[in-house]
Design a protein around this ligand. Structure first.
Ligand code: PY5
Length: 313
């Protein structure tokens, strides 16, 4: 009953069964697509579904599309409106994950980016935790290296690039970890398999810089903002060595899917004192209140689905 019934496909909302592509689709053959992961949170008191930082996700999608020479006939605002319409039509009263895709849709053989038609599609699915470890997760440094900017730009959320993430995630889980930490070719830390990461050392909140082959995360930017405003902590963006994880006081992963997941073990060693640290806990608590629309001063980050539907009607 809670399954998704609709998709946006071929310029309109259609029943999900009709949202199908040909096996000749360029993006299916060569990974020439880009996507977003957006979350919407159900707030039972307000009886409202809030989409978190909707416009920022579509601005990034349009930047990823630009990298791939995909021209979409929509602005970020139009994509936001389509998303709210699709969510209202689904009528979910629970936490939801939204997956927009921009892709080379032409059914043609030939590896290139130019002279190819593009299209936009989107679906939404009810979604819970990505990593279910309330006591803290374990992470292991991957033997796979992060894709380099001059190989496949990590700042674009490109479908084909996620083979790199999948290799790291599967290896980490096969080795008994919940998640991977992926290094750059130079041996310094990039990020997790599909999320950014932050550490705490001597009260300082530190993350890897945008030039470390990371996806420029929206959750990362959110935490930078709230750490400053609410905890008075400046986020330091600098190169992080692998061994710093072994001596860090705290660490957590952050991203739309993973949300905020404190890490309490790294490479089979306790991280810090092996318990969730105070800064991670404060950021965790704050993050979940904000995304669910429970922090009045950050409501401008939360787009209501049903209020929108009433207004549009
Ligand atoms: N780094 C990578 C490689 C990511 O895939 C993601 C998001 C992030 C960082 C965090 O970015 P943001 O905070 O903007 O979400 N990953 C997607 C997600 O929904 C898709 C995972 C398959 O979290």
């Amino acid at each position: 009953m809670n399954d998704n019934r609709y998709a946006f496909f071929g310029g309109q909302i259609v029943p999900i069964e009709q949202a199908k592509v040909s096996i000749m689709t360029h993006a299916l053959n060569y990974g020439t697509g880009c996507f977003e992961g957006i979350r919407a949170y159900w707030n039972p008191e307000a009886e409202e579904l809030y989409v978190f930082r909707l416009k920022e996700h579509f601005e990034r999608l349009l930047r990823s599309a630009r990298l791939l020479l995909i021209e979409l006939p929509y602005t970020a605002d139009e994509l936001c409106a389509i998303t709210l319409e699709l969510l209202a039509k689904e009528g979910f009263h629970q936490d939801t994950y939204i997956r927009p895709l921009a892709f080379k849709s032409q059914p043609v053989v030939g590896v290139r980016l130019h002279d190819l038609e593009g299209d936009f599609a989107m679906f939404c699915v009810p979604f819970g935790k990505y990593i279910e470890k309330p006591e803290g997760a374990s992470a292991g440094v991957s033997s796979w290296r992060r894709i380099e900017d001059n190989t496949m730009p990590a700042r674009g959320k490109i479908t084909g690039s996620y083979v790199n993430s999948a290799l790291a995630k599967t290896e980490a889980m096969a080795n008994g970890f919940d998640e991977a930490v992926v290094l750059n070719a130079d041996g310094h830390i990039a990020e997790g398999s599909a999320e950014n990461l932050m550490i705490v050392r001597d009260g300082q909140l530190v993350t890897t810089p945008v030039y470390a082959n990371i996806l420029e995360g929206i959750t990362r930017a959110t935490i930078k903002h709230i750490a400053k405003e609410q905890l008075g902590l400046d986020l330091v963006e600098r190169q992080i060595d692998r061994s710093e994880l072994y001596v860090a006081d705290e660490m957590f992963f952050c991203g739309t899917g993973v949300e905020v997941v404190p890490v309490t073990r790294i490479d089979h060693r306790p991280l810090g004192d092996g318990r969730i640290g105070p800064i991670s806990q404060q950021i965790y608590d704050l993050y979940f209140r904000i995304v669910r629309g429970q922090e009045p001063r950050y409501m401008n980050w939360c787009s209501p689905v049903y209020q929108h539907a009433t207004q549009a009607a």
